[in-house]
Design a protein around this ligand. Structure first.
Ligand SMILES: [Zn+2]
Length: 134
């Protein structure tokens, strides 16, 4: 007999795997663009270590993306995206969210409002639409 539960579980797993692979592909494209823009504006590559990109629904209500800066030398930064971003706007929307969070990764941790002139300058260069700059 065919085990429907097992088939469903495998279907869900492979769907999640597909979405995660798409997320990583979009992330790599965004990273290339952000690095190029940083070089254009600042004359050097941004000082960023490895970053893990993943779906995560557990962070602050009202936010769709977040970047967790590395906490110590050799730590990995984490770029988090809520799963509902896929249904809300698809990967074009996710591209803007990732780019926004990558700019925070490039510019490092700051207290308070980090959407300063430096952030805006890099946003403009990378082509991030104005509604995704704050
Ligand atoms: Zn921000």
């Amino acid at each position: 007999m065919v085990n429907i539960k097992l088939i469903l579980k495998e279907y869900v797993n492979s769907k999640e795997e597909t979405e995660l692979n798409k997320l990583k592909t979009v992330f790599n494209q965004c990273l290339d663009n952000v690095v190029l823009s940083h070089i254009k504006i600042k004359g050097s590559e941004p000082d960023i270590g490895p970053i893990d990109v993943m779906f995560d629904d557990s962070f602050k209500e009202g936010k769709i993306g977040a970047f967790v800066h590395p906490k110590f030398e050799g730590d990995t930064g984490k770029l988090l995206i809520k799963r509902k971003a896929i249904s809300e706007g698809g990967y074009e929307y996710i591209k803007h969210i990732i780019t926004h969070e990558l700019l925070h990764a490039c510019l490092g941790y700051t207290e308070g409002d980090s959407h300063d002139d430096e952030f805006i300058g890099l946003s403009v260069e990378v082509g991030l639409p104005s509604e995704y700059r704050d």
